[in-house]
Write a protein that binds this ligand. Structure first.
Ligand code: LLP
Length: 419
C-alpha cells in the first residue's frame, strides 16, 4: 500500500497535489512519500517479529537520498552499503556505524581503510583474495574487522538475468562447494573475526522458493562450519523481495517472507541481517513528468514526455514495466507508445500501452520509481540530473536539487593546448 492516490480527481502524494510540485520544482522530478517509506519499514519489521535477534539494513543503492535515509534510520534501520560514497551517506543521515554492512565484490583498499576507520559493523567478504587483503589492512592498523563470507549458493532466483546474483557463473560470493575450505583459511587470519556467512541471490524476486532453497543451503553450511569448529553467530540473508509494478500484480507479502525465514532459521541460533531495498523504497516514489507533445504514429501515437532513460533507466536496461498514469485523468483512454526525448530507440518506456488519454502539457507519473530510479540517473544527451522531492502530509521539500546541464558543463575543462 502506498500514499499516492487521487483526491478530487488529482493525484496527490499524501495530502499534497502533484501539480503544485510540478509548478514549484519543474519536471521531471521524483516524488517520495514519507508515510509510505515509514509504512514499508514498519511492515517489513513486523513481518520479522518472530526473529529474535536481527538487523534490518536498508540497501542504500536502491535509494541513497539523504532525506530518505534519515526517514529510514529513524525507523531503526541500518544500512547495507557497497561503496564508501554510500557509507558516507548512511553516516551523514545519522545511521550508527555499527549498523552498517559493507557488501560488494570490488571493495578497494582505500574503501576498506575508510570503513575500518569509521568502525562499521560488518564486512561481507566476497572472495578469498578480498578476505586476505582486508585482514592484512586491519591487522596493520591493530583492528579486527567483523566479517561474514558471502556464499554463492548456485540458485536461480528466477528474475531478470542482469539482477540475478546467486548463480554459479555470477561474480558474487564464493562457490558453496569451496566455502568450507575458504572459510577455514580466512578464519585463521589475524585482523578478521569471521563470524558468519551471507547470501543474496537477486532482486525483484516474485517467488519465495529460490530464497528458501538458498537459505536451506546456508543452514546446512552453518552446521558444517560449526562441525569444523567455527563459531557462527551472524547470518546475512540479503534482500531481493519483489514488489508489484503492475496494477493487480500479487507478490509474496513481507509477512509470508518473514514466516518462511522464521521457519527455516529457527534452530540457527544466530543474529540475522536483512538488506531490503526495493520492498521499502519502490512504491514509495513516483517519477512526475510532463507531456511535451503527442506525435502521430503509423499505428499508435507517441506520447513524448520530458522524462527520459537518463532519469529512469530501468525500462531501457531491463525492459522493466512502470505503470503510467495521468495526474488529472479525464476519463479518456488511449493506446500509445510512451517515449522520452533522448536520441535512441532505447529511450522507450512502453510500446502499445493502454493508458489515460494525454495531451501536450498534461502531467503524468511513472509509478514504483522510488527504488533504482534517481540513483541510476545520468546526464546522457546533456540533460541535467533529475530533482527529488519528499512529501510529508501536506508539505513537501526539495531533497535533491536539479543539477542543470550547465553545472555539469562547468566542471569540464578545455586544455590550454586546445584553446
Ligand atoms: N543486498 C545486496 C548484496 C544486493 O546486491 C542488493 C541489490 C540488495 C541487497 C537489495 O536488493 P533488493 O531488496 O532491492 O532487491 N538496478 C536493479 C536492481 C539491482 C539490485 C542490485 N543488488 C533494478 O533496477 O531492478
Amino acid at each position: 500500500m502506498d500514499h499516492f492516490a487521487y483526491l478530487d480527481g488529482v493525484m496527490h502524494a499524501e495530502n499534497f497535489p502533484l501539480p503544485q510540485i510540478a509548478e514549484a520544482v519543474g519536471t521531471p522530478v521524483y516524488v517520495y512519500s514519507r508515510a509510505t517509506l515509514e509504512r514499508h519499514a514498519r511492515v517489513f519489521r513486523e513481518a520479522l517479529d518472530a526473529v529474535p535477534d536481527k538487523l534490518i539494513a536498508f540497501a542504500v543503492k536502491s535509494n541513497p537520498n539523504l532525506a530518505v535515509l534519515k526517514v529510514l534510520g529513524r525507523q531503526g534501520m541500518g544500512a547495507d552499503v557497497v561503496s564508501v560514497g554510500e557509507m558516507r551517506r548512511a553516516l551523514a543521515a545519522g545511521i550508527a556505524p555499527d549498523m552498517i554492512v559493507f557488501s560488494g565484490v570490488g571493495k578497494t583498499a582505500a574503501e576498506m581503510v575508510a570503513a575500518l576507520d569509521a568502525g562499521i559493523g560488518q564486512f561481507n567478504i566476497e572472495s578469498e583474495e578480498e578476505g586476505i587483503e582486508l585482514a592484512a589492512i586491519a591487522a596493520e592498523r591493530g583492528l579486527t574487522a567483523q566479517c561474514t563470507l558471502r556464499i554463492n549458493p548456485d540458485v536461480d532466483a528466477g528474475t531478470h538475468d542482469k539482477i540475478s546474483t546467486g548463480k554459479a557463473d555470477n561474480k558474487f560470493g564464493v562457490p558453496i562447494s569451496e566455502a568450507g575450505q575458504i572459510f577455514g583459511a580466512l578464519a585463521s587470519l589475524p585482523g578478521v573475526n569471521l563470524r558468519g556467512v551471507a547470501v543474496h541471490i537477486g532482486s525483484q524476486l516474485a517467488d519465495l522458493a529460490p530464497l528458501e532453497t538458498a537459505f536451506g543451503k546456508l543452514g546446512a553450511l552453518v552446521t558444517a562450519l560449526r562441525g569444523a569448529g567455527h563459531t557462527i553467530t551472524h547470518v546475512d540473508l540479503g534482500g531481493g523481495l519483489g514488489v508489484p509494478y503492475r496494477v493487480g500484480e500479487v507478490l509474496p507479502a513481507p509477512a509470508e517472507y518473514g514466516a518462511m525465514v522464521a521457519r527455516v532459521t529457527k534452530d540457527w541460533g544466530v543474529k540475522l541481517i536483512f538488506e531490503p531495498g526495493r520492498v521499502i523504497a519502490g512504491n514509495a516514489g513516483v517519477l512526475l513528468t510532463r507531456v511535451v507533445r503527442v506525435k502521430r504514429g503509423i499505428k499508435d501515437p507517441f506520447v513524448i514526455v520530458d522524462a527520459a532513460m537518463n532519469d529512469l533507466a530501468r525500462p531501457a536496461l531491463y525492459g522493466a514495466y512502470h505503470h503510467f498514469e495521468a495526474v488529472t485523468p479525464t476519463g479518456a483512454r488511449m493506446t500509445a507508445n510512451i517515449v522520452g526525448p533522448i536520441c535512441e530507440t532505447g529511450d522507450t518506456f512502453a510500446m502499445g500501452r493502454e493508458c489515460d488519454g494525454l495531451e501536450a502539457g498534461a502531467l503524468a507519473v511513472f509509478r514504483t520509481a522510488g527504488a533504482y530510479g534517481a540513483t541510476m540517473a545520468s546526464s546522457y544527451n546533456s540533460r541535467g540530473f533529475v530533482a527529488e522531492v519528499l512529501v510529508d502530509g501536506d508539505k513537501f521539500a526539495v531533497v535533491a536539487d536539479r543539477i542543470e546541464a550547465g553545472a555539469i558543463m562547468d566542471a569540464e575543462r578545455v586544455p590550454e593546448w586546445l584553446a
